[in-house]
Design a protein around this ligand. Sequence first.
Ligand code: ATP
Length: 586
Amino acid sequence: MSETEELRRTERTDGRRDLVNVNGLKTYYEGGGLINSQPVKAVDGVDFHIERGETLGLVGESGCGKTTLGRTLVRLERATDGEVLFDGDDITTFSGKRVKRWRRDAQIVFQDPESSLNDRMTIGEIIQEPLNVHDWPDLDVDVVGTQKQVEVTGDGSVNQDEREADITVEVPGGAVTVRDGVPLPEDRVSVDVTESDSTVTVRVDVDVARKRLRRARVRELLTTVGLREEHYFRYPHQFSGGQRQRIGIARALALEPEFVVLDEPVSALDVSVQAKILNLLEDLQEEFGLTYLFIAHDLSVVRHICDRVAVMYLGHIMEIGDSEELFENPKNPYTQSLLSAIPETDPTDDKQRITLRGTPPSPRDPPQGCPFSTRCPVKIHPSEYEHLDEKTWEGIELFREILRERQRADRSFTERARAILGMETRFSGIDEIVREVFPHRLTQEREQALDRAVEAAASNREDEAREILGTNFDPSETDADFDDLVDSFISDVHAGSHGQARSRIRERFGEMDVPGEVRGDVDRAVEHVRDGDEQAARELLREEFGSVCDTEPPDHHSVSQSGRTSYCHRHLAEHEEPEVAFERQS
Ligand SMILES: Nc1ncnc2c1ncn2[C@@H]1O[C@H](COP(=O)(O)OP(=O)(O)OP(=O)(O)O)[C@@H](O)[C@H]1O
């Protein structure tokens, strides 16, 4: 790649160089040996960048792919597709020595300091391990002050990296500078320079063994992360959770990385300790110019520590941008839902809490269109059904969601085996589901009878109430036990729950209270389910009531001046913006 091309790839329009650039990244886990099983699409096509020295937060519900994404960036997981440019180079294509060299630049701190440290090693050994693996320090040498070809012999070697060399030798004169990160006094380095017409040969001898340098480096790291040098010979179990996390951080910093993935670094710690570790991480970032990807569940921590935030759902980034802006004025319906669940510190703020129905779909079988379409509270309705009221829509979406959940349950071995053995009777519940999901209404005559029955029961004329119900409602119309139903009705009225008493009867004897065209489709879907063909039921409902959200993946739309983007069809001009749709519903 030419230098200009490389610059174009890594330099953004505001002129700041990005350290990490992720393009179309996918990480799939293969099906685990099950025949025909689909891969888990843990990360399913994400694009973002991380600027040098910034902290990008990564949030989202459990299982949305945060850890997998973090691990892919440091190559603990192999990318299935896409590229991860680190300083312009695609690390997914590295192999052999190049991976090993690059690994020093990118490290990870794990969530659980309990299990991520080997209990049989001393703290010193744990922190020293990466230094041993990478044969640290390189003792690489930069020779300055000459145009001639340079040869380095003895303990040193020519610096071939872009990093600052461990030792710099100036010729003529042989003045030595040792890089800050190497705990080596300059008077322990001796230099001998010989020059010919075209070559300078520099012999560098270091009279301190690498082992001692490493031990000194570990002691330095211990104090850097707020521990004491005498902790060197202790074991992990002798430390508290917070101290163990400090050890994990020291280990991650040992090779002086540029980029650190912090995978829920404080989630396992007591609240009082969390703040200390967060402060430490911020101080270290400033001191060493680190770039962080900060993965977290706790949104208030993210707001506090991150410059920008990426919100993830089912392997996709739904919204990404400036942290304060995103928390103040979220644009994506998923971000809006996620943030609405944070308890409000100000009790006078009457923020609307958005309850999401169902659970996220399986990453083995994600929705075809928008990943959030199966749960989105402001999903776009097809234009021919725009006149439908919200209650009917809610019923349709819920019905579709229930059929999808049943499909998912179908995947379990037990369920499949039961079906094959003919023991399966789950489908018998369909009438009950329809009664629960859609509003039901009685004929006018029956509504009046219901009024009279409520009045009689409320005045302790139970026999009369029973008689009214018995005369006006035919027990053969319902699969419920009629006497039990009447008993419950009377108990509800006595308890003052007249509404519930009425609903009981309406659900059992009422007609579905939805517009005729909807009713016809629901009835046909129910028929398919009765015939054991749930797939046909799902397809029918999708064709009839599905919208662009069900069929097309959205684009990322710019939603603020600062470059924040949101992945949602509603940002297209022909639709209402998500917040307007939320407002209309409330
Ligand atoms: N090694 C693996 N093999 C197969 N599937 C996996 C593997 N690791 C993770 N997954 C699946 O990939 C999806 C994403 O998981 P991941 O751990 O990345 O999510 P997460 O957002 O970090 O969740 P959490 O917050 O619970 O850690 C989940 O469905 C998970 O079950």
